[in-house]
Design a protein around this ligand. Structure first.
Ligand code: SF4
Ligand code: SF4
Length: 316
């Protein structure tokens, strides 16, 4: 790899991040990979096509003459949040990544993403280069750049180490001569393993194809507003948002599943206010700050429903 890209990776690693850089030439391949997936698997197109449509394959061109794509992975803990029901204090789990998870529209205001972006900008500015955060298929880019590899659960495992990472993608005018572009592959650990498949509450992980059946994955429903489908019984729910079942059981993650951070505790009054969907603007400042610390401002409208689902599953 060239000196400049090599220096960038070394520098970014000093922050505890991991990175790969690939040439901008591959952007068309990424786009066609995504288009092929939705053409071959009509269910993917039906259920997650609206997210795929938001990927940006070139709108940044006016503001940056991009030569490379930088893929960044940042280790993330499992988050534990405490709620209080009368005298009972109960813990809910939030999977890694949700501390930074933000819609494309709001990520410019997300404190942690702003911090990551400013670190990247600072390192690149030493060589007079720039970067722009962009919305591209993160997992696919991580896999094709060699930063990660897919598991059977379609989660991306970074450096074969764990899946507990947030992945971000940036376009840069930094040149990339010897990039690490490669074919998609599945983790070696998956060859004789089907633990995630057996542990998935709704059979979303497929035996007959690599792509999971997104319409059976509970994440699709608890990350969006609306009633849960009737087939989603109370046993499905295990996290305040998303789902941990296929990651918790995975042997590749075993050294990291105890990396849990307690980030917020809501007392009885606060828990009640959340459950009755008190508008954000009417919450006490302390409660608002707690929600912010767990990155639950944008998704606040999901919190009461998801919390009730955990109560009905008797996990709380
Ligand atoms: S549980 Fe097994 S099959 Fe599933 S992702 Fe992990 S190693 Fe692969
Ligand atoms: S996130 Fe949950 S529902 Fe989705 S595939 Fe994994 S275990 Fe199944």
């Amino acid at each position: 790899m060239g000196r400049v890209t090599d220096n960038f990776i070394k520098h970014i690693e000093s922050y505890g991040f991991k990175a790969r850089i690939v040439s901008i030439e591959h952007i068309k391949e990424i786009q066609s990979d995504m288009e092929n997936t939705r053409r071959i698997h009509r269910d993917i197109d039906n259920y997650i096509g609206k997210y795929i449509d938001k990927f940006n394959y070139g709108i940044w061109e006016n503001s940056l003459k991009a030569k490379s794509i930088i893929i960044i992975a940042i280790p993330q803990p499992i988050v534990r949040i405490h709620f209080t029901f009368g005298m009972k204090r109960c813990a809910a789990i939030m999977p890694p990544m949700y501390l930074l998870n933000t819609s494309n529209e709001l990520e410019k205001k997300q404190k942690k993403i702003i911090e990551v972006t400013s670190i990247i900008e600072k390192i690149l500015s030493n060589e007079n280069f720039k970067a722009i955060k962009t919305n591209l298929p993160c997992k696919l880019l991580a896999a094709r750049s060699g930063l990660g590899v897919y598991g059977r659960n379609n989660i991306c495992y970074i450096d074969n180490e764990s899946s507990f990472y947030w992945i971000g993608v940036y376009m840069s005018d930094m040149p990339c001569k010897d990039d690490s572009w490669q074919k998609n592959s599945i983790m070696n650990a998956c060859r004789n393993c089907s633990l995630c498949l057996k542990n998935c509450p709704r059979g979303a992980i497929a035996d007959d194809r690599f792509i999971i059946h997104a319409n059976k994955c509970i994440t699709l429903y608890n990350e969006c507003e609306g009633d849960f489908p009737k087939w989603m019984d109370s046993n499905c729910h295990n996290s305040i948002i998303g789902c941990m079942k296929c990651q918790m059981i995975c042997p590749v993650n075993k050294n990291y599943i105890r990396n849990i951070e307690d980030l917020a505790e809501f007392d009885n009054d606060e828990t009640k206010m959340i459950l009755v969907k008190t508008p954000l603007s009417e919450l006490p400042e302390t409660t608002y700050k707690k929600l912010k610390s767990i990155n639950f401002i944008e998704d606040y409208n999901l919190l009461a429903r998801n919390l009730k689902a955990l109560i009905s599953s008797r996990l709380l």
